[in-house]
Design a protein around this ligand. Structure first.
Ligand code: BES
Ligand code: ZN
Ligand code: ZN
Length: 510
């Protein structure tokens, strides 16, 4: 089955307003541009004159002051330029971070869809949008905002979908060069690939579906892909991953994509948790533990496998592998039990205390594979690993658990760059000690069960990477969202795609 078609959407980057009339003209205005109900900005005053004073008329009413995400819609007094004008506030400089540009883009898309506009121009006039990075985030935000996973009922889709392609013209005098356009569209494509895989229902997006689509995408880019099914995984000794996937009618799949540039010195391996559904197994989840949201438990794999495509297209000078460990945690006669002792690929044994702490079990094999077989210089791993992460950081940021100072600094600085919030935690020895077993090397949850749950999980994972510099990123809170407070509106967020590209870029230069 093919990945669904998205709403047709084209972003254009131009240096002047298009000649054709726009359905909507967005004008970004920061607080400094307005004082005492009057415009204080030369650029805006000029624009206002050509719009027959639409902007100043709106501003003189006093209800629009350029405050963060404030908006004001009006008929345009110059219908040749645009039918309607929307002022959007960008607020103050102090609180302006890259994630805010993305939120502005989402807002723009929401208004565009609500007003049924198909040709939209967007004047990036606010001084807060005067850098390439801010403009990229704005454009990506608009793309995230118009994104919608199609209704599975084709008829419903036909009625609701916008017939014409959506066109957004971003008007900016300075930054419309080819490199800018290329980077934006590359990121957009990987983000959408990630989100389509995330949002697909678990009866369709199963391990083979992911493997199939990622292979297709990789072949198109000439990238090497290896997919290991159950038989090969058994031969290789992936006892942990096979146990978790054992209760499912769907075979587990280990998907490995390789990007190998002509010149490189280091090998970076991204590893992702790929539970296409996590029911909890015999330690079953109840509806109150968010079982319906567990199709997103493959987000780590989706992020890694989508990001490598962008890294390859950007031709970064670093060798990159993306490893997706895909399986389904189900209840069945073949499921693994509470109390089972498993032998992982590393040879270390794991006693299963809770079948719902399955992510770390699956990752134990994949991480060891990255360290030993792929000979990683760095391992960056993403997983929707613990509910405790949501308690700690909500749906706003990811938890970073690094076992290497340089990697930690890289992840944090990359996150500041892309506006995907991340916070570094320690991994204390007292907590790590709890993961030691008595009849096995390790237990999958410690004696205090959920106490310091995210840190305990990180300590468990570290056991499988030998001495390779390693960072674990827990994306349980940010992989999917319900509002635009964090990364995106409802659904898969693609959190981590931009981060991975930036991490690879920084590591390729060090
Ligand atoms: N996939 C879940 C973690 C999760 C919870 C992700 C909520 C996103 C939203 C993971 O497999 C899990 O069930 N973890 C348990 C671990 C516990 C049994 C130690 C948890 O967090 O409750
Ligand atoms: Zn679980
Ligand atoms: Zn899980």
């Amino acid at each position: 089955m093919h990945l669904p078609e998205l709403r047709p959407f084209h972003a254009h980057y131009v240096s002047a307003l298009p000649e054709a009339t726009s359905d909507l003209l967005f004008v970004f205005v920061d607080e400094l541009c307005i004082n005492n109900k009057t415009l204080q900005n030369f650029y805006l005053e000029n624009l206002d004159t050509s719009l027959n004073f639409t902007i100043s008329s709106l501003v003189s009413l006093g209800d629009f002051e350029g405050k963060w995400l404030q908006s004001s819609v009006s008929l345009s007094l110059n219908p040749q330029i645009a039918k309607r004008i929307v002022l959007i506030g960008t607020g103050k400089k102090d609180d302006f971070i890259p994630a805010r540009s993305r939120q502005l883009g989402i807002k723009l898309a929401e208004l565009m869809l609500a007003l049924k506009a198909v040709n939209v121009s967007c004047l990036c006039s606010s001084f807060l949008l005067q850098s390439k990075e801010q403009l990229i985030q704005l454009s990506l935000g608009a793309s995230l905002g118009v994104y919608k996973y199609p209704n599975s009922n084709a008829r419903a889709e036909e009625v609701s979908s916008v017939k014409l392609p959506l066109n957004i013209y971003f008007v900016h005098e300075k930054f419309i060069d080819n490199a800018f356009m290329k980077k934006t569209s590359i990121l957009e494509r990987s983000l959408n690939l990630c989100r389509l895989l995330q949002d697909g229902p678990p009866n369709i997006v199963n391990p083979k579906y992911v493997a199939h689509h990622i292979s297709q995408e990789a072949f198109e880019l000439g990238l090497q892909v290896n997919v290991f099914g159950a038989t090969q995984l058994r031969e290789m000794g992936f006892g942990a991953m096979l146990a978790v996937g054992g209760g499912s009618a769907q075979e587990p799949q280990l998907v490995v994509v390789e990007y190998k540039p002509e010149n490189y010195t280091k090998t970076l391996v991204f590893v992702g948790k790929g539970l296409t559904m996590d029911t909890g197994g015999y330690s079953i989840k109840t509806p109150s533990t968010n079982q319906e949201g567990m199709k997103y438990d493959m987000s780590g794999a989706a992020v890694c496998l989508s990001s490598v495509m962008a890294i390859a297209k950007l031709k970064l000078p670093i060798r990159v592998f993306a490893v997706g460990a895909l399986c389904e945690n189900m209840v069945d006669a073949h499921s693994y039990r509470v109390g089972d002792v498993l032998t992982s690929y590393s040879g270390k044994t794991i006693e299963v205390i809770d079948t719902d702490a399955e992510g770390r079990i699956v990752l134990s094999d994949a991480l060891h594979f990255a360290a030993k077989d792929l000979k990683a210089d760095y391992i960056v791993e993403y997983s929707t690993l613990t509910g405790a992460m949501i308690i700690a950081l909500g749906h706003v940021g990811a938890g970073v658990f690094a076992f290497d100072k340089k990697l930690e600094e890289t992840v944090i600085s990359a996150s500041e760059q892309t506006g995907e919030r991340a916070f570094a935690f320690p991994v204390w020895d007292e907590v790590a000690q709890e993961m030691k077993g008595t009849i096995s090397d390790l237990v999958n949850i410690g004696t205090t069960r959920r106490a310091a749950g995210s840190m305990a999980a990180a300590a468990f994972l570290k056991e499988f990477v030998d001495d390779v510099p390693y960072v674990h990123i827990d994306i349980a809170g940010v992989a999917d969202g319900n509002s635009s407070i964090g990364y995106v509106k409802k659904g898969g967020s693609g959190y981590g795609v931009q981060l991975s590209v930036e991490i690879a870029r920084q590591l390729s230069q060090s």
